[in-house]
Ligand binder design. Structure first.
Ligand code: SF4
Length: 314
């Protein structure tokens, strides 16, 4: 299947906030804005390729001349402050309240202690996306804690649905709405322009190694082994129905050295979410005919699709 680039992420500063699994190294913080001519060139590139632009902001107010350039094209803003954000990224879940979707970036131990705060926030935001920065370090004990947390949150979400509210929490409500994979698309549908004028598969690749670029503004894009970023070439993921999984290309490479092969931890975490979503869907359907057009999520006996590899003829 041929997919085309659809999104261009522009990091406005080397210290732009992270909205995903990677952390921005401390040494990258501080003013290191993309030069304004480079920003204009990036926007031109986006227009020529017909890409939707997503700007990722640092935690300070940009000079006025930047604001004018930024506003010169359709875009969305990912910001570490609520003001003017289309997506607000925060590292604290305490007392959050917003009219726009919120991304909460956290480590697993903070997450396990935050049930009450998550429950509280679900009433106060249209959507909560939780992204963990240390999925690759999950142990069996962590899997158990994660499962318990998901079950507790699921009970609360069920209650909200029955009150005819529409809470959205990526870990539990995405899978019940999806009927095919909905993953991040880095290197396939999305690329990133960094403040050094180079393109990267995603921001995490830039922060990990600046020499690991896939092209520069003045030259054509050069994504090596492009097909490997596509689902069809992901030997495990293409057999999977944890449709909500981020299928993080950067985590894959970090943990297995292959962009299209996930780690055991990423798969188990995604399957715990999948199974908790299944329970949630079944529980809601006991009360009413919720999402009748949506197929049931079937019961499965594994948490890591790799364990089933013989069944797909590996
Ligand atoms: S759970 Fe594992 S196999 Fe399934 S999409 Fe996610 S990374 Fe791929």
């Amino acid at each position: 299947m041929i997919t085309m680039l659809q999104y261009l992420i522009i990091l406005l500063d080397k210290g732009s906030s992270s909205f995903c699994h990677y952390r921005v190294p401390l040494k990258s913080k501080g003013n290191s804005l993309i030069p304004i001519e480079m920003l204009k060139q990036g926007i031109r590139f986006g227009m020529t390729e017909n890409l939707m632009i997503q700007y990722v902001y640092p935690d300070y107010v940009l000079p006025t001349e930047y604001t004018e350039v930024i506003e010169s094209i359709d875009h969305s803003k990912i910001k570490p402050m609520k003001d003017g954000a289309d997506v607000w990224v925060t590292e604290s879940i305490k007392d959050i309240n917003a009219k726009v979707p919120v991304v909460w970036q956290t480590d697993k131990n903070t997450l396990f202690k935050s049930e009450a705060d998550i429950i509280n926030s679900l009433k106060n935001v249209p959507r909560l996306n939780i992204v963990m920065t240390d999925v690759d370090s999950f142990t069996n004990e962590d899997f158990e804690k994660y499962k318990q947390l998901l079950n507790a949150l699921s009970g609360y979400i069920e209650k909200l649905y029955l009150e005819e509210k529409n809470p959205q929490l990526n870990l539990l409500t995405d899978r019940i709405m999806l009927s095919k994979m909905n993953n991040c698309g880095a290197g396939d549908t999305t690329i990133t322009l960094a403040p050094n004028g180079k393109f990267y598969v995603c921001p995490a690749f830039y922060y990990e190694d600046e020499t690991d670029s896939i092209g520069e503004l003045e030259h054509v894009l050069d994504i090596k082994n492009k097909q490997l970023y596509k689902l069809e070439y992901a030997p495990i993921c293409r057999h999977c129905d944890a449709y909500q999984c981020k299928r993080c290309i950067w985590l894959n490479r970090k943990t297995t050295l292959e962009v299209n092969t996930p780690s055991h931890e990423q798969c188990v975490v995604a399957h715990l979410e999948r199974n908790a979503s299944r329970n949630l869907l079944n529980c809601i359907r006991k009360h009413n005919s919720f999402l009748p057009e949506q197929e049931d999520i079937k019961e499965i006996d594994y948490l890591d699709p790799f364990d089933k590899k013989e069944e797909w003829g590996w």
